[in-house]
Design a protein around this ligand. Structure first.
Ligand code: HEC
Length: 118
């Protein structure tokens, strides 16, 4: 029973982390460069479903103003004010990313029933 409870708590924590990460990703405009589906574009790397540890490592390096090349310097101002928790939540979101389905597109209430009235 206690184990079940622990599992539940851990599950809801990771759920909360994903949602908070998503909120931060939107608020901090990460999507302007990395894309709203984390798909990346041009020189901006895709972030979806990549290793959490690697993403966190990179963000912490950018936060401490370390970059390997001039292009990465662009990331420094965006990582600057992130707390450890922000990085943890953002990387949970990126690592576990699942595309939101546009529910209205699949709304079956418009589906024609029967012979379609013809
Ligand atoms: C102005 C555009 C821009 C914005 C906004 C931006 N990034 Fe980046 N990001 C970059 C660039 C450029 C790189 C480095 C690409 C390279 O290594 O050549 C990068 C690299 C990264 C990396 C490392 C990925 C890798 O493969 O090395 C992570 C993680 C990342 N960004 C997360 C974020 C997060 C989280 C935010 C929002 C807080 C954000 N970025 C906002 C441009 C941006």
């Amino acid at each position: 029973m206690r184990l079940l409870l622990l599992c539940f708590v851990l599950f809801s924590l990771s759920f909360a982390s994903y949602d908070r990460g998503k909120k931060l990703y939107i608020e901090k405009n990460c999507g302007n460069c990395h894309g709203s589906k984390l798909e990346g574009m041009h020189m901006y790397p895709a972030l979806a479903n990549r290793a959490k540890g690697f993403l966190a490592y990179k963000l912490k390096r950018f936060r401490s103003k370390v970059s390997d090349n001039q292009q990465q310097e662009m990331m420094i101002p965006f990582a600057q004010n992130l707390s450890d928790k922000d990085i943890d939540d953002l990387t949970t979101y990126m690592h576990e990313f699942v595309e939101d389905i546009n529910k209205e597109r699949y709304d079956t209430s418009f589906a024609v029933e029967g012979d379609g009235g013809s």
